[in-house]
Design a protein. Structure first.
Lengths: 347, 338
């Protein structure tokens, strides 16, 4: 595509299957199944869905903490990973006469230089920091790995700068992680991610473990840092109000697939996919008046196991509008105007 | 029963402390509230605010280091803090039950669902084993577990999180208690499952008429479930009143801050206003108002003296010096006009 460069990160047909043994049977768990999206520089893409829908796996796979099963990842105009499958307009793999997929060039670049550009903030501020390292060393480690300083003084200076940036007291540099509260620990994790001056950060449930009053502090900090440094976020969370607040665009995932992707306000005000509708109506609104008036669309049953994925549309087993076509063929994302993409046959 | 005793449960000036190596930690500091039959009261607060300890104190299931140091818990007029343990054991499960936060760890993994449900029934009623089985299946049907008879033979790990929480609710309700304490019942669940469980609790309340004490940090859950709300901070009650009072006329600086700091539909495109500072350390409580180190409006008096509970409107109480200041200012103004 010619306008490739306008995106900082582009993911096409990403698949992540995990091998699972069930007794003697070997099976594949399709954690992420054919996911495509793109993020512009300085933009926040929210990724929401229920637990087990694969949102964390997406984040980890595109940083290549897992080796992707298939797909193409383009970062800053450069293809860093490609298994070479080609796709037609309907999202189907192009195959040759014998039924084998036509493969293009395989690309698998060394990640070290790219890790400097893409970083991650983890969910749990308690287990994502090494308890035996001081804050200085935790934040300094990425600097060490990428050799971003010449002298010891320079390293220390950079670390103190970062601590100030995330609102940590410079006097605390020699303390250990356990001496901090949850919100402060999350700030340490964010400072560590920012140490290498990345262009893109995956925030995996970065505020979920925090108390409400602290959550707002950290959300504001993410927004301020984005304004100051122009970094793009993939913001993974299950709290839809938080995601709506921080994101420019939101993607909704269900069982490893993206069901709907649109501008944050558009998605919340005019949701199209039946799953998005029920997800939004399930959010408890902190307002008694609206709560009394609102009608919840309560979904029946649980999310099916990804080992026994329904045929066709993955949501059809819980969908009110499901028809025969939904069982036979999987809907692909189609544009319903202004980049509002929906994967549904009936809506 | 006399007129004033329409309350099912009255908690009066409850104090609970934990005696640790580092000193006495006063986790609940003078909590009072009333609960009428069939009503829902919500206790909301951050971690460490004493909301869970309040509910554990009512059930008297505190850890060894924890003790109720003063105050009364009146159930139908009787002070249950004075009851002997065997009487308490009969009381728990029969008149008052609890659902815990984590459905993964609060069921025993080595017993079947059926065994655990029957155990509760056999313990509290004179039913025979067969009757108990029947009752257990009935309860599972009531809470919307599909194929209840075959579920009885399954172990907790075979069920999903939402299903386990349903089993927990079934277990809590099998003796038709008057009061159900729900301690963060949906925090570990996904939003769609959370919606299912909340709807179920409302439906069961309508059918069985029990009162609910809902403990949560989620203001959204509180808004949709509760008749009355109690906001806690640092072991103390900041404010209590109806849901409308708390959300539309918050009269404690902490409640106001809390409402400003959460993303809502109205403030989507604005910056959130966080509460500054860090949560309180209960070992090192300020002399005056617990919230004053983080309060933007804090005055001198807030540092030194605990604010008393003042009635703002009918049934709406708040403990904040700002209200006293406002009242004083209003009086001054009235004087000046005269």
């Amino acid at each position: 595509m010619s306008n490739n460069d306008e995106y900082i990160l582009k993911v096409e047909h990403l698949k992540q299957y995990f091998p699972v043994k069930k007794g003697l049977k070997k099976m594949q768990l399709k954690a992420v199944d054919d996911v495509s999206f793109a993020i512009k520089p300085g933009e926040t893409l929210g990724l929401v869905g229920e637990s087990g829908c694969g949102k964390t796996t997406v984040g980890r796979t595109l940083l290549r903490l897992y080796e992707p099963t298939a797909g193409k990842i383009t970062f800053n105009g450069e293809v860093i990973f490609d298994t070479g499958e080609q796709y037609d307009e309907n999202g189907k793999v192009i195959v040759d006469a014998s039924g084998k997929p036509v493969l293009g060039k395989k690309i698998d670049k060394k990640m070290l230089p790219y890790r400097k550009e893409m970083q991650m903030v983890f969910q749990d501020p308690y287990s994502s920091l090494n308890p035996r390292m001081t804050v200085e060393d935790i934040i300094g480690e990425p600097l060490d790995v990428h050799g971003l300083y010449n002298t010891k003084e320079e390293r220390r200076e950079k670390i103190l700068e970062l601590m100030e940036l995330v609102g940590l007291n410079a006097e605390h540099a020699m303390r250990y992680a356990h001496e901090f509260s949850g919100g402060q620990r999350q700030r340490i994790g964010i400072a560590r991610a920012l140490a290498v001056n990345p262009k893109f950060i995956v925030c995996d449930e970065a505020v979920s473990a925090l108390d409400v009053s602290i959550q707002a502090q950290v959300i504001n900090m993410f927004e301020e840092l984005q304004k100051k440094l122009g970094v793009a976020y993939l913001f993974i969370a299950h709290d839809l109000l938080v995601v709506r607040h921080i994101s420019d665009r939101i993607a909704v995932m269900y069982l490893g697939k993206i069901m709907e992707i649109a501008d944050a306000d558009e998605l919340n005000e005019n949701p199209i996919h039946p799953y998005t509708l029920s997800l939004l109506s399930a959010v408890p609104i902190p307002d008694p008046e609206t709560a009394r008036k609102s009608q919840r669309i309560v979904l029946e049953g649980d999310v099916p196991s990804p080992l026994r994925m329904p045929t066709g549309c993955p949501f059809r087993t819980r969908c009110r509008y499901a028809t025969e076509k939904c069982a036979q063929e999987r809907p692909i994302l189609t544009d319903r105007g202004n980049g509002h993409m929906v994967a549904c046959w009936n809506k | 029963m006399s007129m004033e005793n329409k309350n099912l449960l009255e908690v009066k000036d409850l104090h609970t402390s934990f005696f640790t190596d580092a000193g006495e930690v006063c986790a609940v500091n003078g909590v009072s509230f009333n609960l009428e039959p069939g009503k829902t009261i919500g206790i909301v607060g951050e971690s460490g605010s004493g909301k869970s300890v309040t509910s554990y104190s009512i059930l008297r299931i505190l850890a060894d280091a924890g003790k109720i140091t003063s105050g009364e818990v009146l159930y139908k007029g009787e002070d249950i803090t004075k009851w002997p343990e065997d009487k308490m054991q009969k009381f728990r499960g029969e008149k008052i039950s609890i659902i815990f936060q984590d459905p993964m760890t609060s069921l025993n993994p080595v017993f079947t669902i059926g065994y655990q449900l029957e155990e509760a029934i056999l313990l509290h009623t004179d039913k025979t084993k067969d009757e108990a089985t029947k009752r257990a299946i009935e309860m599972l049907t009531l809470v919307g577990v599909n194929e209840p008879a075959s579920r009885m033979k399954q172990y907790p790990h075979e069920l999903s999180g939402g299903m386990r929480q349903r089993v927990m609710i079934a277990m809590a309700l099998c003796c038709e208690p008057d009061i159900l304490i729900a301690d963060e019942p949906t925090t570990a669940l996904d939003v769609t499952i959370q919606a299912q469980i909340l709807e179920l609790m409302k439906k069961l309340q309508d059918e069985l008429g029990m009162a609910i004490i809902m403990v949560t940090h989620d203001l959204g859950v509180i808004a949709s479930m509760c008749d009355e709300i109690m906001v806690m901070y640092g072991g103390r009650v900041c404010e209590r009143g109806t849901a409308d009072d708390i959300f539309y006329n918050p009269s404690h600086e902490y409640t106001k801050g809390l409402l400003r700091s959460i993303p809502r539909v109205e403030n989507m495109n604005e910056k959130l206003v966080p509460i500054g500072g860090t949560p309180i350390n209960l070992l090192n409580m300020p002399e005056g108002c617990a919230f004053c180190p983080r309060c933007e409006e804090a005055m001198k008096v807030c540092l030194k003296e605990k604010p008393d509970e003042i009635e703002i409107g009918e049934g709406h109480f708040a403990s904040c010096w700002m209200n006293v200041k406002k009242m004083y200012e209003a009086q001054e103004e009235a004087k000046n006009e005269q």
